[in-house]
Design a protein around this ligand. Structure first.
Ligand code: SF4
Length: 401
């Protein structure tokens, strides 16, 4: 197997890392983003690690991040930094940082955060999970470095629990997006979703974790919905972090769902993780990125960092496949998505699809944000009604010929 590593390799890897903290004294933390804390907690605890989970992103975290960051840096950095500070205050001494394929400022954030935190007087070891390089092998080495776990079964259990929980959370969220605009009793879908987050979090056996997706589907199917309700579909696209964190995107999926819109997101943590960790020869079907590169070709020749090519590719795909509208969200000063924003104007005109771009930062006010979403929802609904009546008329004309 490609990911198999010998003890000699592990020791060699560890020589280049900070070894001042012994494995038994390590208290590990990682940044918050949506609910990735649930699967990561299961993985780290299976490997015998001691962990600290900083509080979910909030106004307090944002304030702390803004205060200690340079101006103009993007929102994900500010919140990551705040998560680290909060975790260090809670006793963490080992910080995990994930880096992934793509070319944006994220690659420099580790060094920048490290410098800032050291300047603030914190003592810690930052371990980088650099998925640019050797993917699974490097990831295993980094886990070994922080936990010193050598028991293969614990790795098997940890990764099984982690992966299955990632997939279960994403499945529950997809069902929430479908069910919320159609539910008969307001709040049923959300209640079901929150219930499952708890169950996922408390599942500790491999067989239990493997059964989660099936059980979630069954439970959501019991919610009473109006199947004949006219529900427009809107794709939610943009930068990874703002898409996945409900604090940062101000729970846009809930606002849309409660306005009678079915949200379809194309970026999911479980799929992304599978894409970066799975050896390429095991990937039989076209990946999301490959599909986006194909669909974006007319407007963007190559990926320019972040999720820019996914944004363009998914918007074109949406237009060609009857999706009613696209909402593009990005953090203020995110270069890759600013480029996408400009190209999306052309996509909207040429492919005839309504597109709304929302830029988010610490200054974004709730009222203005909601007003823009509501206006867009009205536009999408009107367009759908017009399209439906045009289609009906065409059918009638054909019958009358
Ligand atoms: S994609 Fe944009 S917002 Fe995200 S880390 Fe890179 S520059 Fe920042």
């Amino acid at each position: 197997m490609k990911a198999k590593i010998s003890e000699r390799q592990l020791n060699k890897y560890s020589k280049n890392m900070d070894n001042t903290i012994s494995a038994k004294d390590r208290i590990i933390a990682w940044p918050r983003m949506g609910r990735i804390d649930i699967p990561l907690k299961a993985l780290m605890l299976s490997l015998g690690a001691k962990i600290v989970i900083p509080p979910a992103n909030s106004n307090e975290a944002l304030e702390l991040g803004v205060k200690n960051s340079i101006e103009g840096i993007c929102l994900p950095y500010k919140l990551n930094l705040a998560n680290y500070i909060m975790a260090l205050e809670q006793g963490a001494n080992t910080l995990m940082m994930f880096q992934a394929p793509g070319s944006c400022r994220l690659g420099n954030y580790t060094k920048m955060a490290q410098k800032t935190l050291k300047k603030m007087g914190y003592e810690f070891d930052m371990v980088i999970f650099d998925m640019y390089q050797s993917k699974m092998k490097q990831t295993l080495q980094a886990f070994w470095h922080v936990t010193r776990c050598i028991n293969p079964f614990k790795y098997y259990k940890g990764f099984s629990l982690g992966f299955n929980k990632f997939f279960a959370i994403d499945e529950a969220q997809k069902l929430l997006f479908y069910t919320r605009p159609r539910e008969i009793h307001k709040g049923d879908a959300e209640k079901c979703y929150n219930k499952w987050l708890n169950i996922i979090d408390n599942t500790n056996s491999i067989s239990g974790a493997k059964a989660l997706v099936k059980r979630i589907r069954k439970d959501f199917a019991n919610i009473q919905i109006n199947k004949n309700k006219y529900v427009p579909v809107v794709y939610l696209l943009g930068e990874f972090f703002v898409l996945l964190d409900p604090y940062v995107n101000q729970d846009i999926e809930k606002t849309l769902g409660e306005s009678g819109i079915e949200v379809q997101r194309q970026i999911w943590f479980s799929e992304w993780l599978e894409g970066v960790l799975k050896p390429s020869f095991l990937n039989k079907k076209e990946s999301h990125r490959q599909k986006c590169v194909r669909n974006a070709r007319k407007y963007m020749k190559r990926a320019i960092g972040g999720e820019s090519i996914e944004t363009i590719g998914d918007a074109v795909y949406a237009a060609k496949n009857g999706v009613d509208g696209v909402i593009h969200i990005l953090p203020f000063s995110c270069m890759p998505e600013i480029v996408s924003q400009n190209i999306l104007n052309k996509v909207s005109k040429e492919e005839d699809i309504p597109i709304l771009t929302l830029v988010l930062d610490e200054q974004t006010g709730k009222t203005g944000y909601i007003t823009r979403i509501e206006a867009f929802v009205e536009l999408v609904k009107r367009k759908k009604i017009m399209r439906n009546s045009e289609m009906k008329k065409k059918k009638e004309d054909l019958v009358n010929v």
